[in-house]
Design a protein around this ligand. Structure first.
Ligand code: UDP
Length: 329
């Protein structure tokens, strides 16, 4: 029996595959490699290159393997892009996941752990955010993830498919041994961009907005280590397989850091001065996003191991220093 990891060649997916293998699980990866990297899939793990919207590709992987459960990361995930190209997001994220659920139904696979996001909340009603708070996404990315959460709810009710939706806050860091890490082209996330400045690949970091109602005027986010996220997926799957009910969990550290604080910690970790410039706000950025992860800690028995920003950035720095061009040779 194998766990099928869709999007397993991507950033969070590959770190989850690594943890599953470290725990001795049988894993298969399905990825269209549009954003994922085949180098991020461990040797010995079968990689099926295909798209969720291609029924033949899915029939091949479901037909050739005895699949016990799905962990699904396969999606487009850039907020800004989703505002400009909403239909691309509906097609890949909503229709793609619908195709996957149809195959789960056809092949009688009952468990799925699904990548969701803090973007399902939109502008938060209060901080820290709890799972029962209002969900009112402010961009198509968050909306498509929320649509899938609803599709999962109704599929559970009709077909008994048990799901866990994990709403990530800001994933960051890299595997402790530095062999896999974050590699997006183009890069848009704060920590890898600052590290590209430290590597001399960019001159400076632009701070998007310095007039937010926060401690220093810059946006505050809850950074969570990618390996801690990976472990939460495994705990979530084990809970479902032991008979746990379908559920939604936030995953964050519960502590917020401003953009300026992240830059300051990165200066300490890398020893580089990291020049900055103040730039206008980026569309769609809420001022503050901080998770309450009490529910995941209680019900999944999840305990983030990397609870300091310095540790998180140091692990990312190890990857970026040893792979300045990411997975490209
Ligand atoms: N950010 C920034 N400069 C950059 C990239 C990001 O000031 O070059 C800010 C961004 O506006 C947000 C925070 O850093 O407030 C985290 O952004 P990221 O894209 O990493 O994650 P998001 O919070 O959008 O998921």
């Amino acid at each position: 029996m194998a766990i099928l990891v869709c999007g397993g060649a991507g950033y969070i997916g590959s770190h989850t595959v690594a943890r599953l293998i470290e725990k001795g699980k049988d894993v298969i990866v399905f990825d269209n490699l549009q954003k994922g990297h085949k180098e991020a899939v461990p040797e010995g793990v079968a990689l099926y290159v295909g798209d969720l919207r291609d029924p033949e590709a899915l029939d091949k992987v479901f037909g050739e393997n005895d699949i016990e459960a799905i962990i699904d990361f396969a999606a487009d995930s850039l907020v800004g892009e989703s505002v400009g190209e909403p239909l691309k997001y509906y097609h890949n994220n909503v229709y793609g996941t619908m195709c996957l659920l149809e195959k789960m139904k056809a092949y009688d696979v009952k468990f799925i752990v699904f990548s969701s996001t803090a973007a399902t909340y939109g502008e938060p009603e209060r901080i820290p955010i709890v799972e029962t708070d209002r969900t009112m996404p402010t961009n198509p990315y968050g909306e498509t993830k929320l649509s899938v959460e609803k599709m999962l709810k109704w599929s559970d009710q009709a077909y008994g498919m048990k799901y866990t939706a994990l709403r990530y806050f800001n994933a960051a860091g890299a595997h402790a041994d530095g062999h896999i890490g974050e590699d997006h082209a183009p890069e848009s996330h704060l920590i890898p961009i600052i590290l590209q400045v430290a590597l001399g690949q960019r001159e400076k970091i632009s701070i998007f907005g310095s007039d937010y109602p926060t401690k220093d005027g810059t946006c505050v986010r809850d950074y969570i280590h990618v390996t801690d996220l990976a472990d939460a997926h495994i705990l979530a799957l084990e809970r479902l397989q032991k008979g746990g009910d379908s559920a939604v969990f936030n995953l964050g550290n519960g502590t917020g850091f401003s953009v300026k604080e992240v830059i300051e910690v990165t200066r300490t970790v890398t020893g580089h001065p990291i020049p900055v410039e103040e730039a206008p706000r980026r569309a769609g950025d809420p001022a503050t996003l901080i998770a309450s992860s009490d529910k995941a800690m209680k019900e999944l028995n999840w305990k983030p191991a990397y609870n300091g920003l310095e540790q998180i950035i140091a692990s990312a720095w190890k990857w970026h220093e040893s792979h300045p061009n990411g997975y490209a040779k």
